[in-house]
Design a protein around this ligand. Structure first.
Ligand SMILES: Nc1nc2c(c(=O)[nH]1)N[C@H]1C(S)=C(S)[C@@H](COP(=O)(O)OP(=O)(O)OC[C@H]3O[C@@H](n4cnc5c(=O)[nH]c(N)nc54)[C@H](O)[C@@H]3O)O[C@H]1N2
Ligand SMILES: Nc1nc2c(c(=O)[nH]1)N[C@H]1C(S)=C(S)[C@@H](COP(=O)(O)OP(=O)(O)OC[C@H]3O[C@@H](n4cnc5c(=O)[nH]c(N)nc54)[C@H](O)[C@@H]3O)O[C@H]1N2
Ligand SMILES: [Mo]
Length: 690
């Protein structure tokens, strides 16, 4: 979008039709985003908890001194790993990079993770396992309308990425077909040629059933499998154990529907599978995505023009946020914290001893679960886990049990409201920085407005804390004094260091600079630096066409098998709950619940249920119903629709309080990605007497 500031302080949003990702299109959240820039809707002064327990305005020096003092105190008493850091995929690349470095160099803690763990981590794990590299889409969005068939698994872009829907309608206009896999008949499913509505948590079986049919119907691309993959025999054997009739019993998707999906997928020359949170936010999310990747590999639909597997990454910087080291096991450039060569490279850029870098820490839910016990003080930057974390009442209790909590936010989110110190930060339109789109396209977002008095950027926060905490750390770890020198407040300076830190890594940004980004519509990573007199690297819009990023260049099949969800329905909890989003609210709602137009469109939580289930409860449209799981109870009005399976209810997770969906969700974790099972748990639904 383009922003034009007006004399009265307001901002006009205009379309940027020439921009290749959204081609000008914006959703309501984009159009109305400037509403939150106005002072009065946001925090403009640091807040510190006073003696009487209330948050009161304080100066920046007071607030930063308080945070630094308390963090140092915790470290002295309990050691560096008693300090936790929780980041977000909405942060720019520069902030995500600086936050990871701050945790490891200034605090010296291994205990950092971020909300992206709750987002696309299963797809990332499966992509890395199969292809040797994870980039949301290994091809640009512009390829989508030109393929022959897209299977969209557990993704509802009509509500979650409206500007993307155009690519799907163009696909169909071009004669391609769309298959949507979702337990609900969503607005996206209504666009499809075929909608499969499996029981939540059974996508793994569904993909295996399709692969079974691919083999049985002789649709395997034997030559491709031979030349470009490894591990087919075991994967084939695993799929052959999943007969279509067996899969029908598990998923509720009939054998003829399965056959039709296979036919649509295999008929054209090229095809794609795109997943989002539906199949990924499961305690078997990594294997589930792996099963869909196996289907692509067996049919020769990966690493070829207009074919491939992709993950529709969610947050504003969901892609870049996962590459630069705010994840528990990562260093910048998508490097592994356990890789000695990566540690040496990054430690050198940071000017520290590689042995001084901590090892991998806990994953997001495990970190939140350890608050108040192993972890005594926490810094949150860019997340609102009181609303968005699984088993949220427990997580809220853990946050309350901390010795010290500091939150940087633009508004007083539900998490910030629990903090001992809240720091008000600048927003997107007020600061320059880069983000990386789901296509791996690095973009420069330029500052358009002057921030209001009283707020500072996250980079300034980290700089201020590094200065305060650096003095005593210097001698202790053999570091030079003045640690803040490693935390510049100018985003371009941070990016220049990020380039060097990422050089040679899987997500190599070393050939990308602000100047180039200002001239081009983004640059796709990997983009290594070239010699000064050589042509710059063009960037990499399409990956894997010649080889996959594994050592031998072959993609890896993974033998996966169906398994039940962590919690299956029983007599006490006979219904399945799944959760997700609505178009007018964003995530924990911290931002969108403060925008009038969006709130009017989606004022509160609801429970979507089938008329048969509603009749059994005696619930009419709008009646309050209670949804009860082993973790707790939530109450919200009934929204009755035939668009959902009778054995399933759906709740959006955007609201705190009585209707908080995450009071109910199950924190069972995927063994590889450590993703919680947001998309399936067992519940009982009851009439709630108002
Ligand atoms: N309006 C809006 N847009 C957003 C966001 C937002 O909060 N609001 N958040 C952004 C972010 S961070 C993300 S990650 C993306 C998420 O984007 P999506 O993944 O599209 O969003 P969800 O609604 O979480 O889930 C998608 C669909 O999965 C279905 N589903 C539930 N259980 C299952 C299952 O077991 N199997 C399958 N196949 N499907 C299932 C749900 O019915 C839902 O329609 O959206 C981004 N865009
Ligand atoms: N039940 C259920 N739960 C889910 C999901 C689900 O599908 N179902 N989806 C999960 C997913 S995919 C995600 S991504 C998470 C997201 O959940 P959260 O991490 O809670 O996401 P947000 O609500 O976007 O929180 C971001 C916070 O950072 C603030 N903020 C915005 N910009 C900045 C900035 O530049 N700096 C700082 N310091 N703060 C900023 C915002 O005001 C807001 O308070 O929720 C997860 N939770
Ligand atoms: Mo997300």
């Amino acid at each position: 979008m383009n922003l034009t500031p007006a004399a009265d302080g307001s901002v006009e949003v205009t379309e940027r039709t020439g921009f290749p990702v959204n081609r000008g299109a914006l959703c309501g959240k984009g159009r109305t985003a400037p509403a939150l820039l106005a002072a009065g809707r946001r925090l403009t002064s640091p807040l510190v908890r006073g003696g009487d327990g209330a948050l009161v305005p304080a100066s920046w020096d007071e607030a930063l001194d308080r945070i630094a003092g308390r963090l140092a105190g915790t470290r002295d008493e309990y050691g560096a790993d008693a300090l936790g850091v929780f980041g977000g995929g909405g942060l720019t690349n520069e902030k995500a990079y600086a936050l990871g470095k701050f945790a490891r160099v200034v605090l010296g803690t291994s205990q950092i993770d971020y909300n992206g763990r709750f987002c696309m981590s299963s797809a990332a794990a499966a992509g890395t396992r199969a292809f040797g590299l994870d980039r949301g889409l290994p091809f640009p969005l512009e390829d989508i309308p030109r393929t022959g068939c897209v299977i969209l698994v557990g993704s509802n872009p009509a509500e979650t990425m409206p500007p993307f829907v155009r690519y799907l309608t163009e696909l169909r206009d071009n004669g391609g077909t769309l298959v949507v896999v979702d337990p609900r008949r969503t607005r996206t499913a209504e666009l499809a040629d075929l909608h499969l509505a499996p029981r939540p948590g059974t996508d793994l079986a569904l993909a295996l059933g399709m692969l079974h049919l691919v083999v049985a119907e002789g649709r395997v691309d034997e030559r491709y499998v031979e030349e470009r993959t490894a591990g087919w025999e075991d994967a084939r054997a695993a799929a052959m154990a999943h007969w279509p009739e067996y899969v029908e019993r598990i998923t509720g998707v009939s054998v003829p529907e399965l056959r039709e999906a296979v036919r649509l997928f295999c008929a054209p020359e090229a095809a794609m599978v795109l997943t989002a949170r539906g199949p990924e936010q499961q305690a078997k999310g990594t294997d589930t995505v792996g099963a869909w990747i196996n289907l692509c590999l067996a049919t020769g639909r990966a690493g070829r023009p207009l074919s491939g597997y992709g993950c529709l990454t969610g947050q504003g910087n969901g892609q870049g946020g996962r590459e630069h080291g705010q994840k528990a096991d990562q260093l910048p450039g998508y490097r592994k914290l356990t890789d000695p060569a990566a540690r040496r490279h990054v430690a050198e850029v940071w000017g520290v001893d590689p042995d001084a870098l901590p090892g991998p820490g806990r994953s997001a839910y495990e970190l939140l679960d350890a608050l108040g016990t192993d972890i005594r003080s926490l810094l949150v930057m860019g997340s609102n886990p009181v609303v968005s974390a699984p088993r949220a009442a427990h997580v809220e209790g853990r946050l309350r049990s901390l010795d010290f909590l500091a939150v940087c936010d633009v508004v007083l989110s539900e998490t910030a409201a629990l903090a001992d110190v809240v720091l008000p930060v600048t927003q997107w339109a007020e600061e320059t920085g880069t983000t990386t789109s789901l296509e791996g396209r690095v973009l420069l977002r330029r500052r358009a407005l002057t921030p209001p008095d009283g707020v500072r950027s996250d980079l300034e926060v980290l700089h201020g804390l590094a200065r305060r905490l650096g003095a005593d750390r210097g001698s202790e770890k053999g570091l030079e004094k003045g640690l803040e020198a490693g935390f510049p407040t100018d985003p371009e300076e941070v990016f220049e260091e990020l380039r060097r830190a990422s050089a040679g890594g899987p997500a190599d940004y070393s050939g990308i600079g602000y100047r180039r980004l200002a001239e081009e519509n983004g640059v796709f990573w990997p983009c290594p630096a070239t010699a000064p007199d050589a042509e710059p690297h063009p960037g990499s819009p399409r990956l894997f066409l010649d080889r996959f990023a594994t050592e031998d260049g072959r993609a890896r099949f993974v033998p996966v098998a169906h398994r039940p969800s962590a919690e299956e329905p029983d007599d006490a909890y006979p219904v399945l709950l799944t959760t997700g989003r609505v178009v007018a609210q964003y995530q924990s709602g911290a931002q969108t619940r403060r925008v009038d137009e969006l709130n009017a469109a989606a004022p509160g939580p609801f429970v979507e249920l089938h008329p048969r289930l509603a009749a059994r409860l005696g619930a009419a449209e709008g009646d309050p119903v209670a949804v009860v799981s082993r973790r707790g109870r939530a109450v919200a009005p009934a929204r009755i629709t035939t668009g959902i399976r009778p054995d399933t209810v759906f709740m959006p997770f955007h609201w705190p309080g009585e209707g908080r969906a995450n009071t109910l969700t199950n924190p069972a974790l995927d063994p590889t990605s450590r993703m919680p099972e947001f998309k399936v748990c067992a519940v009982r639904v009851e009439p709630a007497t108002p």
